[in-house]
Write a protein that binds this ligand. Structure first.
Ligand code: GLN
Length: 431
């Protein structure tokens, strides 16, 4: 037999080499290793509503144990359409526009695989939920990032520059990913901001892929607006949502997409070949969950507002500068007052020496140095858990000679405003 000459193969996909492991999930493993309180990964440590757990048990007892129809149980799709109409005033046909997936995570990757070709670009606001980068790469697209800038005062909002956003749109742009309420910043995009995004999508013929998993978690009168409901967007929006955050069942893995029929057809094919379907009995429980009364959602948001205030108080007392979230269940903080080399050194110290796990800010940015002064804390936890975390955070000591909290930032801002006023005055400008 002749000798077969084989060049040694490179076994790994080039795509995988372009992204790292999830830092959020890694921090959960670190928390377990050190017995730390997990304020890193965003999952609740309190029970899910009794009604929906009962519905899941009943579905299994009734032997709903085989595959549901691949794009989702009829009862759940019907409930999704009904809820979208009630909360957002958007009409949805459950037969042709809804696809139930294994969590909104699968909904996002199925969507991107269904719409992207090699060479397409996907616009992502950063800081961003870490899956969006790898999702774009897996689907062959190139992510293009646009900065959300942190507020300059305690009650300010994260904002983007219209010119920067416009500059990344061009003929290769396939989609923009919008996540509102936003993880990790807590920003709730305003109608004016969404209209601006809408205008660019229409002008450049671009899709909006909108992750609205925190839809029902908003504070201080903020209002969640679905971009799908804006004029001109029905035909070019894919809305992603799921049960995880609204019903405190992140491990059930039930999420969905709502999209125009032609896009839904494509998403359903990808979804079918990826996972066949989401867990059948849990989809039945999902139909009951989505029929809970309006009061459920008010209580959910109110409970999270209390937790937000409790955690922010503890963080501020410990020396963090907090960016107050208007939605979702995370607080982004600035750690400059502690004098650590960067966010990784800080979170390592926090998990091993203080006993609290958080997510280093760099994992939400393409360029790690952009997040080197930021750390994210999740507050989807029981009040006892947050109190214990507060006690432990009390061990942190701001470094001598540095000033924690908002004091320095506000003083710098005042100096900046004074200088601007003087310059304007000299230029003869008003104000
Ligand atoms: N969205 C959650 C977070 O940002 C967790 C999601 C996940 O880990 N699948 O922490």
């Amino acid at each position: 037999m002749g000798e077969v000459k084989l060049r040694s193969k490179h076994f790994l996909s080039d795509k995988v080499s372009h992204f790292t492991e999830s830092v959020i999930r890694e921090m959960t493993r670190q928390a377990m290793l050190h017995g730390a309180i997990n304020l890193a990964q965003g999952f609740p440590d309190f029970p899910a509503p009794a009604e929906i757990k009962r519905a899941a048990r009943e579905a299994i007892a009734a032997d709903l144990n085989q595959y549901a129809i691949t794009w989702g149980a009829k009862s759940l799709r019907g409930a999704i359409a009904e809820q979208t109409r009630t909360f957002q005033g958007v009409a949805v046909d459950p037969e042709t526009q809804v696809t139930v997936c294994c969590g909104s995570t699968e909904a996002m990757i199925s969507t991107l695989l269904a719409v992207c070709n090699a060479g397409d670009e996907v616009v992502i606001f950063e800081p961003y939920y870490e899956n969006y980068g790898p999702d774009s790469i897996l689907s062959g697209a190139k992510p293009r990032f646009v900065k959300l800038r942190p507020p300059a005062s305690p009650n300010g909002d994260w904002s983007f520059d219209e010119r920067e956003l416009r500059a990344v749109f061009h003929r290769h742009t396939k989609a923009i990913i919008v996540n509102t309420p936003n993880n990790p910043t807590g920003k709730v995009f305003s109608r004016a901001e969404l209209e601006l995004i809408r205008d660019l999508c229409v002008e450049f013929d671009v899709l909006a892929i909108t992750d609205e998993i925190y839809e029902h978690i908003v504070y201080d009168g903020a209002q969640h607006i679905s971009i799908a409901g804006l004029d001109g967007m029905t035909e070019r929006t894919i809305t992603i949502n799921g049960m995880s955050k609204t019903y405190s069942v992140t491990g059930w893995r039930v999420g969905w997409t709502i999209a125009p029929p032609r896009l839904t057809d494509a998403i359903r094919k990808v979804h079918d070949f990826l996972t066949v379907g989401a867990p059948a009995p849990l989809q039945e429980a999902g139909a009951s969950a989505l029929s809970l009364p309006q009061s459920y959602y008010r209580k959910l948001a109110e409970g999270y507002r209390r937790r937000r205030d409790r955690l922010m108080r503890a963080l501020e007392e410990a020396g963090f500068r907090c960016f107050r979230p208007q939605g979702a269940y995370y607080v982004m903080t600035d750690i400059s007052g502690f004098g650590f080399a960067d966010d990784l050194a800080f979170t390592r110290h926090l998990v091993s020496e203080v006993g609290v796990a958080a997510v280093p800010g760099s994992s939400f940015y393409r360029n790690p140095s952009d997040g080197a002064r930021q750390v994210r804390f999740a507050f989807c936890k029981r009040e006892e858990t947050l109190d214990e975390a507060a006690k432990r955070l009390g061990k942190l000591r701001p470094r001598q000679g540095t000033e924690p909290g908002w004091g320095k930032a506000l003083r710098e801002q005042r100096i900046h405003l004074r200088t601007r006023r003087k310059t304007n005055h000299r230029k003869g400008n008003a104000g």
